[in-house]
Design a protein around this ligand. Structure first.
Ligand SMILES: NC(=O)c1ccc[n+]([C@@H]2O[C@H](COP(=O)([O-])OP(=O)(O)OC[C@H]3O[C@@H](n4cnc5c(N)ncnc54)[C@H](OP(=O)(O)O)[C@@H]3O)[C@@H](O)[C@H]2O)c1
Length: 304
């Protein structure tokens, strides 16, 4: 019988179930929470059904993975209640070993990044590992061999990508014996290139759910002063009024949820009230016309 979690992970079927809402940990350093306070936050979002957490090897200095791992060490029984997503493949020049920030997807670098993430997160397996950004020098065969080995070892159960074009997604998938589980991409009313460039069409075709990052444009929709953002804020406020004067975040989430590729939404705040309010927005459905009014406000012109 397998004993360690990694052994068990290797033997169980990879019945991955992401939650519809995902808690992002990119900004965890800014939250200034002690390990105990962060543990409380983790427990609260798990309780609310937000069981998938999003990390990356490069988030935070000190590392957000380490902050999370320190909290998890205080309550290791929580590990099986969550799905940990992390990413590899970006080398920042803030590390003195690197003269320029760059991407890497060599088998050695993928494996090393996973080992480091496992240590920092205090876990022996990752539920989904994503290549953070497409490496212009990526060799799909080499990535596939690294993925195979990590899967065999039970260190990573599933694999996906982030910020990949549809052709990059197809290329990598063509070398794998298993499907990629997601493409994590930016989707918000300020930037929704993926709606137009075929990225979401491909995911809809394959029935693979995207994960939407920076749904609120990193907060810019609340305080940005560009003409585009001012137009958007005005329209979002009008649509919010039409929905019982709800807050504009709820309208933004409903706008993203309307996409037929059925995105999972990654939340970026460390305030549990914001998360509760996001979950309450589930009942809001936009009319097609409301959806296109927001599209038009973003673009500054009507549809062709
Ligand atoms: N794959 C990638 O390349 C990639 C890139 C970026 C992000 N991500 C992932 O996506 C996650 C979410 O990204 P994000 O943090 O940019 O998400 P976001 O939800 O767009 O932005 C979060 C920011 O918005 C602020 N905010 C939220 N509600 C607000 C309100 N009502 N009024 C004013 N400010 C408000 C938050 O401030 P408070 O802290 O005060 O709530 C926080 O600073 C990250 O944690 C990361 O996991 C992935």
């Amino acid at each position: 019988m397998p004993h360690s979690a990694a052994e068990q992970a290797k033997h169980k079927d990879n019945n991955l179930h992401f939650s519809d809402w995902v808690q992002g940990y990119w900004r965890a350093n800014d939250w200034k929470l002690s390990a105990n306070e962060l543990l409380t936050f983790i427990k609260q979002h798990l309780e609310l059904g937000v069981t998938t957490v999003d990390h990356a090897s490069i988030y935070g200095n000190p590392s957000c993975e380490s902050l999370f791992g320190e909290s998890l060490k205080l309550a290791p029984e929580l590990r099986e209640k969550m799905q940990i997503v992390t990413k590899c493949g970006i080398q920042l020049n803030t590390n003195k070993d690197h003269r320029v920030s760059h991407y890497t997807s060599t088998a050695g670098d993928i494996t090393k990044s996973v080992e480091q993430s496992l240590t920092r997160l205090n876990t022996d397996h990752i539920d989904a590992l994503l290549i953070h950004r497409p490496d212009f020098l990526m060799d799909a065969d080499e990535i596939a061999s690294a993925f195979d080995q990590l899967k065999q070892q039970g260190k990573v159960l599933n694999f996906g990508v982030s910020n990949f074009s549809s052709s990059q997604f197809s290329l990598l998938e063509s070398r794998l014996d298993f499907p990629l589980v997601t493409n994590q991409v930016e989707i918000n009313p300020v930037n929704f290139e993926v709606i137009h460039d075929g990225t979401l069409d491909q995911l809809q075709q394959k029935r693979i759910r995207p994960m939407a990052w920076s749904c609120l444009a990193g907060g810019a929709l609340f305080n940005g002063e560009s003409e585009q953002i001012k137009r958007l804020r005005s329209t979002l406020n009008q649509v919010a009024e039409e929905h019982d004067h709800c807050n504009i975040e709820s309208i933004i989430f409903a706008w993203i949820r309307a996409l037929p590729s059925n995105p999972m939404l990654i939340l970026g705040s460390g305030k549990i009230q914001r998360l509760e309010s996001a979950l309450e927005s589930k009942s809001i459905t936009l009319t097609r016309e409301q959806w296109y009014r927001i599209w038009q406000a973003s673009k500054g012109h009507p549809v062709p």
